[in-house]
Write a new protein. Structure first.
Length: 599
């Protein structure tokens, strides 16, 4: 196989992949034109650390784990953080005549030369290889520090006229110049780097509070003088093409930004409050390069059931959950998985959050009459094979979705329901005939997004007996499930795939009283996770396969609880059970699962 590269050979020699894995990578690489490193991670064959260590050994470049070396502020401060972000580099050790720099791509000669010019003549640069996540973690912390510093400096430069309560005094040139623009730009850059989903600028009685929603949790990062609020809001209004002299009515707008190579669309909402106007900016990442169905958290039988539902030529598959539960990402990853030049895929979305190459995506605009229902009616004249409707909100859209599935189209959509089974009575309440729903519905997914434990500060601890009792009660209805043997099997599997590296999961042990000791996991808090103990989010799911028995129950107008019970009997893992399994495996915590899964 001439297509096998040195990286694949090295990974194979370390026992991390086998001949079958190599064939998969070569085939997927030729089909998608993605790099082999991306393909290896998307297929879940190796980790980013495995790839970086292998490249280090192949090319004779030392590897460094930035989480272990402890990067000091004084070393980082020598080079502008924008340059470090641009070149994906982090200096981590400084000597009198040398500096050690960790880089994501140590072969980027232009970056190395540019960094060399940042230091005094005679300074030798020693290049190390590291992971993207390691660099992102350090730069995120650095940019947060820089944001606070830049905002403090900008506040000293704010002229009196710029903090007037009269927005008519602010011209476009004033608001795009130094102080206010720097403050807004710092907020945006920090939000992108910290992977925040929203920015909240909130006027209070004596100050302006700036909060970021990171991993689904609000975190205050800035506090600004109360008098600065009108200037900040007016600056954002100008960027969003909104009326800066309208302060009594809510306004909605949007604008794009590009930070490094990341393109972000911001959806802006301005709302009048008793202390002034509150601004909420939602960050919609338009690129889909890192999105795959495998990384959502779907796995096992739930993954197979959903993929099988995506492979049919007609019918309806639904993804349900409250706002912010990850439905859009799951649908986007579904479209990416089934996207093929042989099929015509059209989506109707409000807004278009993730752009999928090869898919015709349409932005809903109710102000001009382009609603989901009207749009769907027109889309069906465009000869689609697969139609994605952002949300089924009303009777007309539901009826059209059912008709589309009956006429040979695969329809994907979302509903705001708390569980998979409760989507069925919701559709019946919308006026869909039970016999039509029974013949068209293929699969219903319900999901939530608990935070993932930070892998750099994870620790195991014995689960209290009352928690173990609760876990056993949650799985009591599954006669085939035995907790201790299951955890032992998972541990052995992780150990076998670790290739000798340490793993965080601990197997069940026998306690002094002869009873099994089961471990749970938590993050203690570190620099990489900002002391939170969590980093990123993972989906927990329940996937209801609409079997023949459940189809009959739909026609009989059975309740959601009755349908759920039958689905569990047929093998469905409930969302709570999926969450508990991920907590027992060290992916998330019991507390997070309970927080997000409350109905």
């Amino acid at each position: 196989m001439a297509a096998i590269t040195s990286l694949l050979r090295h990974l194979q020699s370390r026992g991390l992949i086998d001949d079958n894995d190599v064939s998969k990578v070569v085939l997927e690489k030729s089909r998608t034109q993605k790099s082999e490193e991306v393909v290896l991670q998307e297929l879940g064959l190796v980790t980013e650390v495995d790839i970086a260590k292998s490249k280090a050994e192949i090319f004779g470049i030392p590897f460094v784990d930035l989480g272990e070396v402890g990067v000091t502020e004084s070393i980082l401060a020598e080079v502008n953080v924008d340059s470090l972000s641009k070149y994906r580099a982090v200096p981590f050790e400084r000597g009198k005549d040398f500096v050690k720099i960790a880089m994501q791509d140590p072969f980027d000669i232009q970056a190395t030369q540019a960094l060399q010019r940042k230091y005094p003549p005679g300074t030798r640069i020693q290049v190390y290889i590291t992971t993207r996540d390691g660099i992102n973690s350090v730069l995120e912390r650095r940019i947060g520090d820089v944001m606070s510093s830049e905002v403090s400096d900008a506040l000293e430069d704010v002229p009196v006229t710029e903090i007037s309560e009269d927005p008519n005094l602010f011209s476009s040139s004033d608001l795009s110049s130094a102080p206010v623009a720097r403050i807004v730009n710092s907020m945006l850059q920090y939000a992108v780097t910290a992977k925040a989903s929203d920015i909240h600028i909130e006027p209070l009685e004596k100050r302006v509070r700036v909060r970021f929603r990171i991993n689904g949790i609000m975190a205050e990062r800035l506090s600004l003088p109360r008098d600065l609020a009108p200037a900040i809001v007016s600056r954002i209004k100008i960027l969003s093409n909104l009326k800066i002299d309208e302060r009594r009515l809510p306004q909605d707008g949007r604008f794009p930004i590009k930070i490094e190579d990341t393109k972000i669309d911001l959806r802006v909402s301005v709302m009048p409050t008793i202390y002034g106007e509150k601004v909420v900016m939602r960050l919609l990442e338009s690129e889909s390069d890192d999105i795959t169905l495998e990384t959502t958290g779907l796995r096992g039988n739930a993954y197979k059931t959903f993929v099988d539902a995506l492979s049919v030529t007609n019918g309806i598959s639904l993804v349900t959950g409250p706002t912010g539960s990850g439905k859009t990402r799951t649908l986007a990853s579904s479209l990416i998985k089934i996207n093929d030049p042989k099929v015509n895929i059209i989506s109707l979305e409000d807004p278009v959050e993730i752009r999928v190459p090869g898919v015709t995506q349409i932005q809903i605009n109710p102000d001009i009459g382009l609603t989901f229902a009207n749009g769907l009616r027109s889309v069906l004249r465009q000869d689609p094979d697969i139609v994605m409707v952002g949300e089924i909100r009303d009777e007309e859209t539901a009826a059209l979705a059912v008709q589309a599935s009956l006429t040979g189209h695969l329809v994907l959509s979302t509903l705001h329901t708390n569980s998979a089974a409760s989507a069925i009575p919701r559709l019946l309440d919308m006026g869909v005939e039970s016999y039509l729903l029974a013949s068209t519905l293929r699969c219903i997914v319900a999901q939530r997004l608990p935070r993932s434990i930070c892998k750099d500060c994870i620790e195991a601890y014995p689960a209290p007996q009352e928690v173990v009792k609760n876990i056993k009660e949650v799985f009591a209805g599954r006669s085939e499930f035995d907790l201790v043997p299951y955890l032992q099997r998972v541990y052995e599997s992780k150990k076998a795939s670790s290739n000798g590296d340490s793993i965080t999961m601990r197997p069940p042990e026998v306690g002094a009283d002869g009873q099994p000791v089961i471990y749970l996991y938590r993050g203690t808090g570190c620099d990489k996770c900002g002391g939170m103990g969590y980093s990123g989010r993972i989906g927990i799911f329940e996937v209801l396969d609409v079997s023949e028995k459940i189809s009959r129950m739909i026609m009989e107008n059975a309740s959601a609880d009755e349908i759920k019970n039958i689905a569990v009997e047929e093998g469905m893992l409930t969302m709570l059970q999926d969450g508990y399994l991920k907590a027992l495996e060290g992916i998330t915590t019991i507390e997070e699962v309970l927080r997000v899964s409350k109905e």
